[in-house]
Design a protein around this ligand. Structure first.
Ligand code: PEP
Length: 246
């Protein structure tokens, strides 16, 4: 049985004041003992603030990226052990915005996945195709390559300790969500690629998930939750999505 999981990716949004209101509202609105596991991935600077609000509130937290290096002369970078030090449980790796704007390759994403696992974090590994790739029938090849790179580096046991998020690039922040059938087709494919332990791995969908399209996505047999960007900045929306997954 895979526990539903809904993760908020705040991206580069927030301020101490806005975060305080959002976190207080989240804690207020979250039903006690909600079946869905909830996670907030905040900008690095705000993780400590998030932790102060969420510790003992049955909401985990994490980061949106991390360095592939353990420590040392890497100005501006944040290591996995620093995230552990702050109480993070999760870290997003290979978000399409990192791949697109920071040139992160499949190999680098795989190495970050390994570094996160070795530090004791749960990686949320993002995969997904661009519109151009989908239109040229390349979706499954792109995803197979992204997954194969990670599998080669972390093996089946690493994959079994990870979460995978299918995020079609054309659906992120565009308001254009994949239909439940489109998403399920890719999720089924991903599960098939994961091998023997794939049945236990939680597969999230991400891309313009909102309270009004969440239920249809979560009805699909291989969709175990969502990675939510824009809608995670509105507490009521985020909690409605979490309830739809329960
Ligand atoms: C994301 O940031 O991973 C994402 C899916 O964003 P949005 O929900 O805004 O499309």
């Amino acid at each position: 049985m895979r526990r539903p999981l809904v993760i908020g990716n705040w991206k580069m949004n927030g301020s101490r004041q806005d975060n305080k209101s959002l976190l207080e509202e989240l804690v207020f609105l979250k039903p006690t003992n909600i079946q869905t596991e909830l996670v907030i991935c905040a900008p690095f600077l705000y993780i400590e603030q998030v932790s102060r609000h969420l510790v003992e509130q049955q909401i985990s937290f994490g980061a949106q990226d991390m360095s592939v290096h353990l420590n040392g002369a890497y100005t501006g970078e944040i290591s996995a052990s620093m995230l552990i030090d702050l109480g993070c449980r999760y870290v997003i790796v290979g978000h399409s915005e990192r791949r697109q704007y920071h040139g992160e390759s499949n190999l680098l994403v795989a190495q970050k996945t390994l570094a996160s696992l070795q530090a004791g974090l749960i990686p949320i590994i993002c995969v997904g195709e661009t519109l151009e790739q989908r239109e040229s029938a390349g979706t499954l090849d792109v995803i197979a390559d992204q997954l194969a790179a990670v599998k080669t580096v972390v093996g089946d046991s690493g994959i079994s300790r990870s979460v995978i998020a299918y995020e079609p690039v054309w659906a992120i922040g565009t308001g254009l969500s994949a239909t439940p059938d489109q998403a399920q087709d890719v999720h089924r494919f991903i599960r098939g690629q994961l091998g023997a332990t794939g049945g236990n791995v939680r597969l999230l969908y991400g891309g313009s998930v909102k309270s009004d399209n969440a239920a249809g996505l979560f009805e699909q047999p291989d969709i175990d939750g969502a990675l939510v960007g824009g809608a995670s900045l509105v507490a009521r929306e985020f909690i409605k999505i979490a309830l739809a997954a329960a």
